[in-house]
Design a protein around this ligand. Structure first.
Ligand SMILES: C[S@@+](CC[C@H](N)C(=O)[O-])C[C@H]1O[C@@H](n2cnc3c(N)ncnc32)[C@H](O)[C@@H]1O
Length: 175
């Protein structure tokens, strides 16, 4: 009886958790689609990160960008993630596999990006276009923005690294 009740509560809990995640994906900034690892390394190399640079991934998913930015480049990396399920996954990656970087739960639009040296994004172009105003207002001169696969609004990229096999285009901007 107690076991049956526990299973029902657990199943309902998981369904509610996944439904929240689904609706955030649809009506929020888009679903969690992880960047393939070879592309993660290419994006980070393109960002030319210096030790202690403040690097944000504005929709960090499972935290892969901030992990490798911290581990391989000693960046001061922080990722925002507003989907509770995906955030939980990122925290598990850190607990179980020792992934590095600071994961912050919540909507990045509520946070100031004033201290960013580097911004990493992988989001749909229509979502990025909505954030352009915030970027224009808050990012300091010299901040690099590296966007995987999609361009940002009407910004003019400093460089575009072309698609290579399964790795999509990389857009590099500088404020
Ligand atoms: C396409 S995934 C990319 C994940 C990760 N950056 C990667 O490249 O593997 C985009 C992620 O951004 C999150 N997201 C979208 N809008 C957001 C916002 N305003 N604040 C925080 N996270 C957001 C989504 O929940 C999703 O997990």
């Amino acid at each position: 009886m107690i076991l049956g009740l526990t299973i029902i509560i657990l199943v309902f809990g998981v369904i509610i958790f996944l439904s929240i995640s689904f609706f955030i994906g649809i009506f929020g900034g888009g679903p969690f689609v992880p960047t393939p690892f070879p592309a993660v390394h290419k994006v980070l190399k393109a960002a030319k990160i210096k030790k202690n640079n403040k690097l944000y991934d504005i929709g960090a998913g499972d935290g892969r960008f901030i992990h490798f930015a911290s581990k391989d480049y000693q960046a001061n990396a922080e990722g925002f993630e507003m989907d509770p399920f995906v955030f939980f996954l990122a925290k598990m990656r850190q607990k179980i596999f020792g992934w590095q970087g600071k994961m912050t739960y919540g909507n990045f639009t509520k946070k100031s990006l004033k201290d960013a040296d580097i911004l990493i994004c992988y989001m749909m172009p229509e979502t990025l276009a909505k954030f352009q105003k915030k970027f224009d207002k808050e990012l300091k001169k010299g901040t690099k923005i590296v966007s995987y696969a999609f361009h940002i609004g009407n910004w003019k990229p400093k460089k575009i690294i072309p698609k290579e096999g399964k790795i999509s285009q990389i857009f590099i901007y500088e404020v």
